[in-house]
Design a protein around this ligand. Sequence first.
Ligand SMILES: NC(=O)C1=CN([C@@H]2O[C@H](COP(=O)(O)OP(=O)(O)OC[C@H]3O[C@@H](n4cnc5c(N)ncnc54)[C@H](O)[C@@H]3O)[C@@H](O)[C@H]2O)C=CC1
Ligand SMILES: O=C1[C@@H](O)[C@H](O)[C@@H](O)[C@H](O)[C@H]1O
Length: 335
Amino acid sequence: MSIRIGVIGTGWIGEQHVHRLTSTVSGAEVAAVSDIDLDRAAEVAEAAGARRVDSAEKLIADSEVDAVVIASWGPVHAEQVLACVEAGKPVFCEKPLTTDAADARRIMDAEQAFGRRLVQVGFMRRYDAGYRRLKEVLDSGAVGKPLMAHCVHRNKSIREHYTTEMAARDTAVHEVDALRWLLGEEFVSAQTVLPRKTTKRFPHLQDPQIFLFETASGARVDVEVFVNCQYGYDIQCEIVGEEGAVRLPDPAAPAVRRAGRSSVPVLPEFGDRFEAAFDVELQEWVDRIRNGEALTGPSAWDGYAATMVTDAAVQSLHSGAIIPIDMGDRPELYA
Ligand SMILES: NC(=O)C1=CN([C@@H]2O[C@H](COP(=O)(O)OP(=O)(O)OC[C@H]3O[C@@H](n4cnc5c(N)ncnc54)[C@H](O)[C@@H]3O)[C@@H](O)[C@H]2O)C=CC1
Ligand SMILES: O=C1[C@@H](O)[C@H](O)[C@@H](O)[C@H](O)[C@H]1O
């Protein structure tokens, strides 16, 4: 039996996920889609052979939808995730889980009242082969105790609706989750440092930005976010330990030697860079639901922790102050 999935938000990644669930992931079918842009939803529904439903609320309540994928804009995730939990339906929510930590706490309260995990957050780097190899090296102890991490997150360019706060909430949030996962500890402070702005940006935007984080054990993480770097999608991560350093591998690509030069391509977009990771994360989510197994992917706690950190980074945006972060205790359900 296939899981009947409803997809909310049929923009860039929603359409990709509908296609992925229809063509690549096994054991799933897209039963319904919805978007506030009704025409867009109708187009995506038709291409997938799914029904268009007029609102997110109706899609969540639909008796022919077993599980929900949310790919709408960040600020509306909280109410949609809560409605799924209240309906007792598993929900895969694209990052960020919420744009406000209080909303993430409401989600954890609802999930704990339900009694088991229903929420998974779309932090797909945990499913990327390179990041998984990096974690294996760290966990083996080969580079010793981690002291520092240096991360780079560059997009070729970004759409006009992207705001200065999204550098933390939408972009650096990936590194926040990946580094919490890699280092196995929480962040305790955040600071945002602003270099000179690139002229190759929309006028409203502060780009690039540098985020400085400290972990509970005193390790330091720096993240450069530069979303109009012009040359491609470039993700770098190096972790320096007491006995060595380990670096995220670049995607494999043949080096071309020609006219006195050797060159490898830089991928243009995040869809190309993390395509396989998106496939694996959704396949594992579907498999666990089909087999009646507990969800083990990034949880509501992970979504909450990431939002606490990015809230602090946004708070530091104008003052440059170091903002302490107190996550509170991790509930038993997320141990
Ligand atoms: N894991 C990853 O690497 C990526 C994650 N994302 C995340 O996915 C989400 C969507 O991003 P994009 O597809 O790039 O945005 P987008 O702007 O292309 O699409 C968002 C869609 O949501 C719809 N929408 C907004 N409010 C809605 C509501 N209340 N009910 C139903 N539909 C609603 C919009 O009409 C739009 O079609 C964001 O949270 C973003 O951070 C996006 C790209 C990559
Ligand atoms: O999640 C993503 C986008 O929402 C975000 O806007 C981009 O900066 C990231 O590179 C991409 O992975």
